[in-house]
Design a protein around this ligand. Structure first.
Ligand code: NAG
Ligand code: NAG
Ligand code: NAG
Ligand code: NAG
Length: 468
């Protein structure tokens, strides 16, 4: 029994693969805002659109309709809904009326003729289904699953040339042209979806964040479509550019509470922050060499054996009047844990002290372990992300010594002061805040941010503005 339970557990963990560290959901409210924005853009573009040439043959006469331009339209906003059934979107449009002008030309044997025409399309309706998926490289992909278009009525008036000669054909022609144009609509829709798909294929799912690391954001599963939202699970892992090593811990699952009164919901798990921390650690960026010239000039305590001798008497006795250097490094990856309302960070570091001999040789003298527990808060003030950090605990202990044992209590007090001075400086920076990301077409508004158990939640509306 236990064996079956264990093996099915193992199977389950294989099948479910990687948990996403970032979850992004677009709600129906967001979809409707995008639809409204897109409808506006399409409307503005309709006036400039030149429609493709229509060619055909009717009763032995070859004709072309070209240079077609929209002169008037009545464009009701399309409807768009999420569809779990097709795992995508259902789009529908009805009651579209369009008036066009253009040039006609006919060709019968050796007789060519031409002129202009006015054409009106009444009550065009369209129904289309878009499937959303993930391709093998983790990019989102979109495809046309179904398309149906219908035009109720077409009116045509020819003028110029010998149009009066074939005016009697108009009734037959109207029906013919109605089905010709009707047939053109779905291929146009499919072309538009194909071009959207090409844009999606050009997305880079790996972003270089800074010279140390990249952020990988491929989809971890196909988009999860519900009636009122679509949920994207993204890998959300930071990698060291140098080693591209996976951290020795895995992404735990988390469940993002989607709030349908906002357009967007986003969750970032603590795993994402910890993978960044690991990328810094593994690429050797969490270490520093500290010498006396880096200690602010106002500090009464200097990095030399005379000054440090007040805390460690044998230092000044064994190495009188020499400079010192400290090698400070993280003993392991600093780990964040997200708790409701705050973030905890445990920082286990070591400080290796050296005496600088007069011939520049570095002689190791002792090693200390400095363990700090920090906590931080994060909140939004308008468009700015603000945060503060504070020290919850700090302890210093002697790990090894080349100069014999000594008491660390006084040094601990000194280091504590140094850490809180550093935190004051960091907090001054954090108080200036970071701007929320924005683009030329969209801006986040009404945003809220909260820290939850294991993840950070972000909910927001967006304001779109056309740049046409
Ligand atoms: C994607 O980004 C990665 C790293 O950020 C870069 O090396 C790569 O060239 C980019 N690929 C494309 C197609 O832009
Ligand atoms: C201290 O370190 C800095 C940066 O590594 C270096 O420029 C400087 O020369 C060093 N000062 C001494 C006194 O070694
Ligand atoms: C540098 O000086 C120290 C102390 O005087 C001595 O132990 C060491 O051997 C010297 N190193 C070199 C490379 O001369
Ligand atoms: C602070 O750290 C010390 C040593 O690690 C530990 O014994 C103590 O319980 C901690 N205090 C708090 C308030 O966490």
């Amino acid at each position: 029994m236990l064996l079956i339970a264990l093996s099915s557990l193992a199977l389950f963990s294989c099948v479910c693969g990687e948990n996403p560290a970032v979850q992004l959901a677009l709600t129906d409210k967001g979809l409707q805002a995008v639809r409204h924005f897109a409808a506006g853009v399409i409307q503005e573009k309709l006036e400039q659109v030149e429609l493709p040439k229509v060619e055909g043959r009717i009763m032995g006469i070859h004709y072309t309709l070209s240079g077609m331009k929209i002169t008037q339209y009545d464009f009701p906003e399309p409807e768009v809904h999420f569809s779990p059934f097709v795992s995508g979107l259902v789009l529908s449009l009805s009651g579209l009326n369009v008036a066009l002008t253009g040039d006609w030309a006919t060709h019968l044997g050796a007789i060519d003729d031409d002129g202009t025409f006015n054409l009106a399309l009444f009550d065009l309706s369209l129904r289309s289904q878009l499937g959303l998926d993930k391709d093998t490289t983790g990019r989102p992909s979109v495809s046309s699953l179904y398309c149906e278009a219908e035009i109720q009525q077409v009116d045509v008036q020819f003028s110029g040339g010998a149009s009066w000669v074939f005016q009697w054909l108009v009734n037959i022609f109207q029906d013919h042209i109605r089905s010709r144009i009707q047939k053109e609509i779905c291929p146009c829709v499919e072309d538009a979806i194909q071009s959207l798909e090409q844009h999606l294929q050009a997305i880079n799912v790996s972003v270089e964040v800074n010279p140390v690391m990249s952020l990988e954001l491929p989809l971890s599963a196909p988009p999860d479509v519900h009636d009122d939202s679509i949920n994207f699970g993204l890998k959300g892992e930071f990698y060291s550019l140098e080693s591209h090593t996976d951290p020795p811990f895995v992404a735990p699952p988390f469940s993002l509470p989607i709030q349908t009164e906002y357009m967007l919901s986003m969750g970032v798990s603590e795993y994402s922050a910890n993978s960044a921390s690991f990328a810094y650690y593994i690429s050797g960026h969490l270490q520093a060499l500290v010498n006396d010239s880096m200690i602010p000039s106002f500090s009464p305590i200097r990095l030399n054996t005379r000054s440090m001798g007040r805390f460690i008497p044998q230092l000044q006795q064994k190495f009188p009047d020499l400079l010192m250097v400290l090698q400070v490094y993280a003993r392991q990856t600093p780990l964040f844990s997200f708790e409701p309302g705050f973030v905890k960070l445990d920082l286990l570091s070591a400080i290796k002290a050296f005496v600088v001999q007069s011939n520049s040789t570095l002689t190791p003298v002792f090693k200390l372990h400095a363990d700090s527990a920090l906590s931080g808060k994060m909140w939004l003030d308008g468009k700015k992300v603000l945060s503060t950090l504070k020290m919850d605990n700090f302890s210093l202990s002697l790990a090894s010594s080349e100069i014999g044992p000594f008491k660390t209590a006084a040094l601990e007090g000194l280091a504590k002061m140094g850490v809180s001075k550093a935190l004051d400086m960091i907090n001054k920076k954090l108080a200036q805040g970071f701007d929320l990301p924005h683009t030329t077409n969209a801006q986040l508004v009404n945003s809220v941010l909260s820290l939850e158990k294991g993840f950070m939640a972000f909910f927001s509306d967006a304001k779109f503005h056309s740049t046409l």
